[in-house]
Write a protein that binds this ligand. Structure first.
Ligand SMILES: *[C@@H]1O[C@H](CO)[C@@H](O)[C@H](O)[C@H]1NC(C)=O
Ligand SMILES: *[C@@H]1O[C@H](CO)[C@@H](O)[C@H](O)[C@H]1NC(C)=O
Ligand SMILES: *[C@@H]1O[C@H](CO)[C@@H](O)[C@H](O)[C@H]1NC(C)=O
Ligand SMILES: *[C@@H]1O[C@H](CO)[C@@H](O)[C@H](O)[C@H]1NC(C)=O
Length: 225
């Protein structure tokens, strides 16, 4: 039935620190924030080995509306999102954890057109040194201080990025998402009204199914007798 897979974007997942790439043993806090409705949101993730894994299984610890991963490992790489019991969802966030020596510090959350965005190429010591940056596999230049900035980021900057440090090697690649600026997104339907609407639809479907079944049984009964 379609109703259980209905996935409305009613919550916001925030990641701290806001980046897509992490070294092993870094700590990540993921927070579900719902518009209007407190609590009731569960953090889930898909990794290469597990689907729809809950925070409190064996990898994260819940703290209020947050899920804290104290020491991340490569196996924590995946896509994270928040979900309610009704199947409503948040935005999703990609996380890549590397056992390697280099990460690209790139925002995990979409940036807004016109924003200034800085990408930083880091080694484990967090030193800044000359780095080469790549978009969709093609070099976009070298940053003498290990960073590159988009003064006004635009939709055409969207893509897969990675970086390379001369002696330490390459970072994994991550997607930079750019969302349209200017107009605010349309306001969401207030949650109580939405819950009402969903419940009404469910009620109608249930009544319909019950009626069809009763009708079938009556027809069967008439046939049998
Ligand atoms: C998580 O995995 C399930 C099952 O493979 C899939 O249906 C779902 O779309 C995935 N969710 C995300 C956010 O990628
Ligand atoms: C839970 O969050 C509070 C404040 O947000 C913080 O002070 C506390 O240390 C956190 N506890 C754990 C176990 O992370
Ligand atoms: C996550 O990564 C996939 C590709 O691996 C990309 O298509 C998707 O847009 C990314 N999601 C976000 C929220 O950046
Ligand atoms: C980025 O590099 C410039 C020099 O090119 C430097 O002034 C700036 O502090 C660097 N920013 C960060 C965040 O490292």
């Amino acid at each position: 039935m379609g109703i259980t897979s209905l996935c409305l974007m009613l919550s916001t997942l925030v990641i701290h620190p806001n980046r897509s790439q992490f070294f092993s043993y870094d700590s990540i806090t993921l927070t579900c924030g719902a518009a209007g409705s407190p609590g009731g949101w569960t953090l889930k993730r898909n990794t290469s080995t597990h689907a729809s894994q809950l925070c409190d299984s064996d990898w994260g610890v819940s703290n209020g509306s947050s899920c804290v991963i104290e020491d991340v490992y490569a196996s924590d790489s995946g896509v994270y999102w928040c979900e309610s019991e009704l199947g409503e969802c948040s935005n999703s966030v990609n996380v890549t954890v590397t056992g390697g020596a280099v990460i690209l510090e790139i925002p995990a959350l979409p940036v807004t057109e016109g924003d200034e965005v800085t990408l930083l190429c880091s080694n484990k010591e967090g030193q800044s040194r000359e780095a080469t940056f790549f978009k969709d596999g093609v070099s976009i230049g070298t940053g003498p201080a290990g960073n590159v900035s988009f003064l006004k980021v635009s939709k055409s900057d969207e893509g897969f990025y990675h970086c390379e440090l001369p002696t330490e090697g390459k970072s994994p690649q991550s997607w930079l998402a750019v969302k349209a600026g200017g107009a605010e997104p349309p306001p969401l339907m207030p949650v109580p009204r939405l819950v009402c609407a969903v419940l009404l639809v469910v009620l109608h479907v249930v009544i319909f199914i019950v009626c069809v079944n009763i009708h079938r049984k009556i027809v069967q009964h008439l046939r049998d007798s």
